[in-house]
Design a binder for this molecule. Structure first.
Ligand code: ZN
Ligand code: ZN
Length: 277
C-alpha cells in the first residue's frame, strides 16, 4: 500500500515539475531576447568616439583623426573649438601664457616671423624633419643653449605665440585663443597699449630675407578663415606696425596683398594697408 502511495506522490511531483518547466519556457519574453536564425560571427562592436569639437559620438572608422583627437567632419577639425584650439593643428602647449584681462576681446591679429637659428632654419628643419622644431622648443622653454650660440642668448626668454606656421605649411598651436600669448611685447595699437591683451599672434617661420613659402600662405588663409569665423571683428597688422623702431617683422618679404586676396578680405581689415613694409 505504502509502495503505491509513494509511486503516486512521485508521479504527481514529476508531473508538476514538467508542467512548471514548460511554463517557464513558454513564458520567456521572446521580443526582448530574440534568437537569431544564425548566430553572428564573433566581432567586436565598432568603437564610438566623440568629436573633440562638438562632442557628437560617431563610429571611429568615420571620424577624422589628428594626434589621437577625433572630429566628426573636416569642418570641425578646421574650426576654433569651444576651448580655443584648432583640431587640424599640432598642439604643442606653451607655458608662456596667461588669462586675458577681464573684458578683453580679441580684435587684432598680429603677423610675425621667426626662424631659429636666424638664417639657419632650413638646415634645422631638413635635419630633424620636425616642423619649426627650434621655434616650438623656444616657446616651450626647452631650447638647448649648447646647440647654437644664439640659443644661449635667448634660451631664458619667456615668449610664445598662439600659432606657428612652419615652412612646409604645418600649422602648430601653442596657446588657446582664449588666453594671452606673450608675442607682441611693448606695443601700441591706436590708443591701446599692451597688444597681447587683445590680439592673436601668428608666427611665420622665416628669416626676413627668404620669401615665405606658398604652403605658408595657404595655411595662413585657412587659419584666417577660422579666426574670422570666431572673431569676426578682428583686423590684421604686422608686429612692426605696433612696435615701430623696435620690431621689423614680418618684414618686406611678407606679401600683404597676396594675403588679402587669398581670403578676399576687405581693405578695412588692414589698418596699415597691404603694401610691403
Ligand atoms: Zn563635430
Ligand atoms: Zn614679432
Amino acid at each position: 500500500m505504502i509502495k503505491w502511495l509513494l509511486l503516486f506522490v512521485g508521479a504527481a511531483v514529476f508531473f508538476s515539475w514538467v508542467k512548471r518547466k514548460s511554463l517557464t519556457k513558454a513564458g520567456q519574453p521572446q521580443a526582448d531576447s530574440p534568437i537569431p536564425a544564425k548566430p553572428p560571427k564573433a566581432s567586436a562592436p565598432e568603437q564610438m568616439v566623440p568629436c573633440h569639437s562638438c562632442q557628437v559620438h560617431l563610429p571611429k572608422s568615420e571620424a577624422f583623426v589628428n594626434e589621437g583627437r577625433f572630429y566628426c567632419s573636416l569642418e570641425h577639425g578646421r574650426q576654433i573649438d569651444q576651448d580655443g584650439w584648432i583640431g587640424r593643428a599640432l598642439w604643442r602647449a606653451s607655458p608662456n601664457a596667461d588669462a586675458r584681462p577681464n573684458g578683453c576681446a580679441v580684435d587684432l591679429v598680429l603677423i610675425h616671423h621667426i626662424g631659429l637659428p636666424p638664417g639657419g632654419f632650413q638646415a634645422g628643419a631638413l635635419l630633424s624633419g620636425i616642423p619649426a622644431q627650434h621655434v616650438v622648443e623656444f616657446f616651450q622653454n626647452r631650447l638647448d643653449p649648447s646647440e647654437h650660440p644664439y640659443f644661449a642668448q635667448i634660451a631664458n626668454e619667456r615668449v610664445s605665440s598662439h600659432f606657428v606656421i612652419a615652412r612646409d605649411g604645418q600649422l602648430i598651436q601653442l596657446v588657446s585663443t582664449q588666453d594671452r600669448a606673450w608675442h607682441a611685447g611693448k606695443s601700441t595699437f591706436g590708443e591701446r597699449e599692451r597688444c597681447n591683451d587683445f590680439s592673436l599672434g601668428i608666427e611665420l617661420e622665416g628669416d626676413g630675407d627668404t620669401p615665405f613659402e606658398p604652403a605658408q600662405y595657404e595655411a595662413l588663409a585657412g587659419l584666417t578663415s577660422a579666426i574670422l569665423e570666431k572673431y569676426p571683428q578682428a583686423v590684421f597688422a604686422g608686429h612692426s606696425d605696433v612696435a615701430p623702431g623696435r620690431k621689423t617683422d614680418p618684414g618686406t618679404t611678407f606679401d600683404w596683398a597676396r594675403f588679402q586676396k587669398n581670403n578676399a578680405l576687405p581693405m578695412e581689415k588692414f589698418p596699415f594697408g597691404v603694401q610691403k613694409r
